[in-house]
Design a protein around this ligand. Structure first.
Ligand code: HEM
Length: 465
């Protein structure tokens, strides 16, 4: 009663509204400062690149994750092969593990995907890439049949068609003596492959595909830029709302969501008008999503479906486009390796009527496989992933308390001289010869595949046996 009377007075009304807001801001700031104190304490127990009290380690970079940043990582890993801390600002820091031994220490303890992937959440939602716990388990179980070898076998003709179309586009451009950007071409090829193999054809016009790829490029850039912004660390919601970059990011996320929804709507319409999923030997990813049922008989919600479509559309084409582009780049730089790959392929195809690759051929291309692995080591399509430890975890002799984030820095691991030797910057496909691998910790080769957990798919698409 007292408060109702009080609210008639404008001053009391103002205080009534302002006070809770002030208390809220105070709690956020205190929590932030307490977090910083803990961060600084832990971060200082690990070696780090030269530190600036305000900019942390970022004064050494050009505020992108470009070559300057990568050289900082290589230097710190050379001096401290197992683990280091990286300061994003003078006060915000992340522990990074870069050696099979410390990666194992992290993986042996209980952990989950980090909330620091939060920015990606506005885009990919709670799809497999970001989900954890029960949601992840249930969705993963529903979608596992998508990656069965018998399903993937069906798609070899799709891979062949995608490659043939890309090569004919490139040949046309080359004939005219025009310049082209390989990553764009590779993205068009892998996007078409994922649409055909996982999204029942997908039906995206060339124009939409170009727009989609351009939007992803922009999103990646905005995503990387925001991780260097102080406001982003204070409050992600405030960053999205207040900064031009944040608002643009949300606008592009909406474009992604609209694209995913239109693929789903088109497929639903096809199914309603008699385009049966039964015509295929096995259901593909999208049909599985649409027909999946929980134990209580209900299906996935529209939002759950859209989030998985967003995730697979992005994860399923961008990484492979990157791996393909870097492999071609590396082969172009090293003509003698390129010649060996050509000989291997020619030998495989000799005496055949056409030059399509069959499923059974994939393991008959060992040299090409070694080149793909080496390009992915050298250029690391997914440079790092982050885990939050759910229990106190000893990393390189230091206890990282429960609740802290630790990054597995895959680029750092792939450029660790203690693992690969002093020539780690060289493109040397022979590193993955069985006799050389056996002396090296198996973690070094298999980590991206292990985390991806869709290894069957990218092994077949990229032909890595
Ligand atoms: C060269 C190719 C690829 C590389 C290097 C790669 C790398 C990775 C990495 C490092 C992760 C782990 C992220 C984390 O745990 O924090 C991951 C997860 C994932 N990737 Fe890939 N990936 C590739 C191809 C693909 C393809 C072709 C698809 C789908 C068609 C895909 C779908 C996914 C999904 C759904 C996840 C989340 C898996 C889960 O947690 O269950 N990836 N990938």
């Amino acid at each position: 009663m007292v408060s109702l009377v009080g609210l008639n007075d404008p001053m009391s009304l103002l205080i009534g509204l302002l006070l809770p807001a002030l208390v809220y801001v105070l709690v956020v700031v205190v929590k932030f400062l307490l977090g910083l104190r803990k961060d600084i304490g832990l971060g200082s127990k690990f070696p780090s690149p030269p530190y600036h009290w305000l900019y942390g380690n970022n004064h050494l970079t050009d505020l992108t994750f470009g070559e300057k940043y990568l050289s900082v990582i290589r230097e710190i890993v050379e001096k401290n092969p197992k683990a280091h801390s990286y300061w994003m600002l003078g006060t915000i820091n992340i522990i990074q593990v870069t050696h099979p031994e410390t990666i194992r220490q992290l993986l042996k303890s209980k952990s989950k995907k980090s909330n620091d992937y939060g920015t990606l959440r506005a885009w990919l939602g709670n799809g497999l890439f970001l989900s954890d716990g029960d949601v992840w388990k249930v969705h993963r179980r529903l979608l596992t049949p998508t990656f069965h070898f018998d399903v993937l076998k069906q798609y070899v003709s799709v891979y062949n068609r995608g490659a043939t179309e890309m090569i004919s586009r490139l040949s046309e451009t080359a004939k005219k003596g025009e310049v082209f950007e390989m990553f764009q071409e590779a993205s068009m090829c892998t996007l078409e492959i994922i649409l055909q193999s996982a999204f029942s054809g997908g039906q995206m016009s060339e124009e939409t595909k170009n727009e989609y790829i351009a939007a992803i490029r922009k999103l990646k850039l905005l995503f990387l830029q925001m991780t260097f912004q102080p406001l982003y660390y204070l409050s992600k919601s405030a960053y999205y709302l207040l900064s031009p970059g944040g608002r643009e990011y949300i606008r592009f996320c909406k474009l992604m969501h609209d694209t995913a929804e239109s693929i789903v709507t088109k497929r639903r319409r096809q199914l309603m008008h008699g385009g049966s999923s039964q015509q295929k030997a096995r259901l593909d990813f999208l049909d599985i999503l649409l027909s999946a049922r929980y134990e209580d008989g209900t299906g996935l919600t529209d939002l759950e479906i859209r989030e998985e479509v967003d995730t697979f559309l992005f994860a399923g084409h961008e990484t492979t486009a990157s791996a393909l582009s870097w492999t071609l780049y590396s082969l172009a730089q090293h003509p003698h390796h390129q010649e060996k790959v050509r000989e291997e392929v020619n030998h495989l195809l000799s005496g055949r009527d056409d030059d399509t690759i069959q499923w059974e051929d994939l393991h008959k291309l060992p040299y090409l496989t070694m080149c793909l692995k080496e390009a992915m080591r050298l250029h690391t399509p997914v440079p790092l992933i982050i885990r939050t430890v759910l229990e106190d975890t000893v990393i390189d002799g230091v206890t990282v308390p429960k609740g802290f984030d630790v990054s597995i820095h895959l680029y750092g691991l792939h450029h660790n001289p203690a693992v690969w030797g002093p020539d780690h910057m060289e493109f040397d496909p022979n590193r993955s010869r069985p006799e050389r691998v056996k002396d090296r910790d198996s973690h070094t080769f298999e980590i991206p595949a292990v985390f991806c957990r869709t290894e069957e798919l990218h092994r077949s698409e990229l032909c890595t046996e």
